[in-house]
Design a protein around this ligand. Structure first.
Ligand SMILES: [Zn+2]
Ligand SMILES: [Zn+2]
Length: 277
């Protein structure tokens, strides 16, 4: 069984206190063959005492870890927030061009440069409207972002997390395809036309009372020609690494997706999902 985790954070991220060593040892214990440290490049973020990561220190430590743990493949990566100001987006481009990442996730934690945890997003709104706006803003940002610099689009169902806080009667527990079907279709079309893929991010599967996630947007991705995905636990704690990998593989297979992608120098290699169970 081939097992990866392509969305892992370490203490190089402002919001994670787990060392690379601890994450790697946990991955080895769970028999994961390949991990990618996708620490945050989230320029201009004003929440949670955000601090920019020291990329020279990050690459230096990855090299040390590769020497120390030859039994696991360790890839360099970044999770690049792209829904930021135009000047921060340009600086993000500069960093992604400068450093030799194996894999880059383009993701969104903001709408028009305002964090998803700002209460203003939720006044007189319902969850489906919020989902629509989130995806529309992500699409706008992807259209102006250099698509040679990233490989996949991360956690498109992220709105579930703030929704639990800001919609007290929130009972959907899901980002259903129907809430933003036109927007999701447009996003999938864009991702496929750029030769990128979707990520199945299992972090939200840990939320309270969460049901098994619905797979309609993944089915839609497969119907529209999406052939491969990446998997990521988005682990900010050491026990999270590799969490729900098997369930995610099953979900992808049931949705009609055939391959898992792994990356080196931002070039994909495809592993049949049947080899991941
Ligand atoms: Zn994220
Ligand atoms: Zn993340």
């Amino acid at each position: 069984m081939f097992s990866t985790d392509y969305h892992v954070h370490s203490s190089h991220s402002f919001d994670c206190h787990i060392s690379m060593d601890d994450q790697i040892c946990n991955a080895i214990n769970k028999k994961i063959q390949e991990i990618c440290f996708t620490d945050h490049i989230e320029l201009g973020f004003s929440e949670w005492n955000y601090q920019e990561m020291d990329l020279d220190a990050y690459f230096f430590q990855i090299q040390k870890c590769r020497e120390k743990y030859p039994q696991i493949a360790i890839k360099t990566g970044a999770e690049a927030g792209i829904t930021c100001s135009s000047s921060d987006l340009q600086r993000t481009v500069d960093l992604l061009q400068k450093y030799p990442f194996d894999f880059v996730i383009a993701s969104s934690h903001r709408i028009n440069n305002v964090t998803l945890f700002c209460p203003d997003h939720y006044e007189n709104r319902n969850f489906p409207d919020f989902c629509k706006e989130y995806i529309q803003n992500l699409i706008s940002s992807l259209k102006i972002f250099d698509n040679s610099l990233y490989n996949c689009v991360g956690h498109i169902d992220l709105p579930i997390k703030p929704a639990l806080r800001f919609f007290p009667d929130f009972f959907w527990k899901e980002f259903k395809y129907e809430y933003a079907s036109d927007e999701i279709d447009e996003l999938i079309k864009l991702i496929i036309s750029y030769g990128k893929c979707l990520e199945i991010n299992t972090a939200s599967w840990l939320l309270p009372n969460r049901q098994a996630p619905e797979c309609k947007w993944l089915k839609r991705y497969a119907e529209m020609g999406g052939e491969y995905v990446t998997f990521g636990s988005d682990a900010h704690i050491s026990s999270g690494i590799g969490k729900y990998y098997r369930e995610a593989v099953i979900l992808a297979l049931e949705s009609g997706i055939r391959y898992l992608a792994i990356f080196k120098d931002r070039q994909p290699e495809y592993i049949p999902l049947s080899q991941c169970l």
